[in-house]
Design a protein around this ligand. Structure first.
Ligand SMILES: [Zn+2]
Length: 426
């Protein structure tokens, strides 16, 4: 018996399907054929800034125990399931399936996964790596999915992981409005937060567990551990039959896409953590977006908080030139515009001390004396008394902003972005 990992990617389109569903159906089929899982099925989110991505840019991996003689059945079932369920009619859907028999994950494959999650990888790189490590790969159409499929096999969540329980709809319900009892979601959130998170957007009250696409997902609940996911799942009331459900271990909510970087070395289509000083104060753009400029001494980059991030923009608006901040987000380049980082969160490290000069107060009249010009001292306008230069005092001007973390609300959060509740608790 050996471990065989099956990676699948790029089966969905904007019109339907979801690679997590393909994984769930495949797992149920494999179980009924007698295969046994050896670890949690994995849902791996890939670089969210890559422009060729489908909806959520996720790949899945299933690890099963397999006898050598059963490998053809395993391969056949995986390929048939993808062929049957993938949106092959959609031009941008180019599925890939990878099978890899090994008890360990080679270091080279782990590095590859990290690159796919953080950067841009060509299909040829994936093919060469698969050949080198002896993984079988199958391309449907252009087969771009083998990149994500291979990456899903190589992601071992050494740094961090979360879980998501996904409930799927029966075919005849897909495309119809999802009827999930809002009150039951509120109760579930009260009972399980922060072991589950991003169930409800606190800024709008919006239920966040249901997608708004015609895909087979009825709802999904994100959690710290599988037990919390299951507990929460049992509390949600829905008005339609659930075809099947599945718990995935995932890199969602872990910041796995981010890389510590400097402004000069950061590139478009990647995501970065940059530290620097505000070099141009926040400007409000048409549409309500807020942009400020950050400098780290070597380079400058615009940092943007978009309108849907709502109250997050208030924190950003409170910044002033000289403030020391750390920013987290995806890097974009638009023709003719400077490099822009789309803010996912920001840590205000140090506010620039803003000293306000106060003229001396006349000892007789109790009024503030007037400056006679730079270095020339002060004179009381009422009694004419003079006060030397240097008799002024300074007070620190109060700032509305306080140092600390600020994040976009769940409704504007990327799948991979780590919510603050996972960084600092409630
Ligand atoms: Zn006076």
């Amino acid at each position: 018996m050996r471990k065989v990992s099956i990676g699948i990617d790029d089966t969905d389109s904007k019109q339907g399907m979801c690679t997590t569903y393909v994984g769930a159906v495949l797992l149920d089929r494999l179980k009924s054929l007698g295969f046994r899982l050896v670890s949690w099925p994995r849902l791996v989110r890939l670089n969210p800034n890559w422009h060729l991505k489908t909806r959520g840019n996720c790949a899945v991996c299933i690890d099963v125990k397999c006898r050598g003689s059963s490998l053809p059945v395993l391969r056949e079932t995986a390929l048939r399931t993808v062929e049957e369920l993938a949106e092959l009619g959609c031009e941008t859907t180019n599925p890939g399936v990878v099978l890899f028999s090994s008890s360990t994950v080679p270091a080279e494959l782990k590095r590859f996964s990290k690159t796919v999650i953080q950067d841009v990888v060509e299909i040829e790189d994936a093919e060469r790596l698969a050949q080198r490590i002896g993984a079988e790969y199958y391309k449907f159409k252009l087969g771009r999915g083998i990149v994500g499929a291979l990456a899903a096999i190589g992601e071992t969540f050494q740094r961090d992981s979360t879980y998501e329980i996904l409930a799927y709809r029966k075919a005849e319900y897909r495309g119809r409005r999802r009827v999930v009892d809002a009150e039951s979601v509120v109760m579930m959130d009260k009972a399980t937060f922060p072991r589950t998170f991003d169930n409800i957007d606190p800024t709008t009250g919006e239920i966040r567990i249901t997608p708004h696409t015609p895909c087979p997902v009825l709802f999904g609940i994100r959690s710290q551990d599988p037990e919390a996911a299951l507990e929460a799942f049992r509390m949600v009331k829905v008005d339609e039959p659930i075809e099947r459900w599945m718990i995935y271990r995932t890199n969602q909510g872990t910041d796995a896409h981010l890389r510590y970087s400097s402004i000069n070395t950061t590139r478009p289509f990647t995501s970065a953590i940059l530290t620097g000083n505000v070099s141009r104060r926040p400007r409000i753009l048409p549409g309500g977006h807020v942009v400020f400029t950050l400098s780290d001494g070597d380079g400058e980059i615009d940092c943007a908080a978009y309108e849907p991030t709502r109250r997050f923009r208030d924190a950003v608006k409170g910044l002033e030139v000289g403030d020391l901040v750390r920013v987290y987000g995806g890097v974009k380049k638009k023709e003719g515009l400077p490099l822009t980082l789309n803010l996912e969160k920001i840590e205000v490290l140090e506010l620039k001390k803003n000293l306000l000069k106060m003229n001396p107060v006349c000892v007789v009249c109790g009024k503030r004396a007037k400056s006679e010009g730079k270095g020339k001292g002060y004179q009381c306008e009422t009694c004419g008394r003079r006060f030397p230069s240097g008799s002024e005092s300074y007070v620190e001007r109060q700032r509305d902003l306080i140092p600390g973390f600020y994040e976009v609300p769940p409704r504007a959060r990327r799948h991979l972005a780590k919510p603050l509740v996972r960084i600092r608790g409630i």
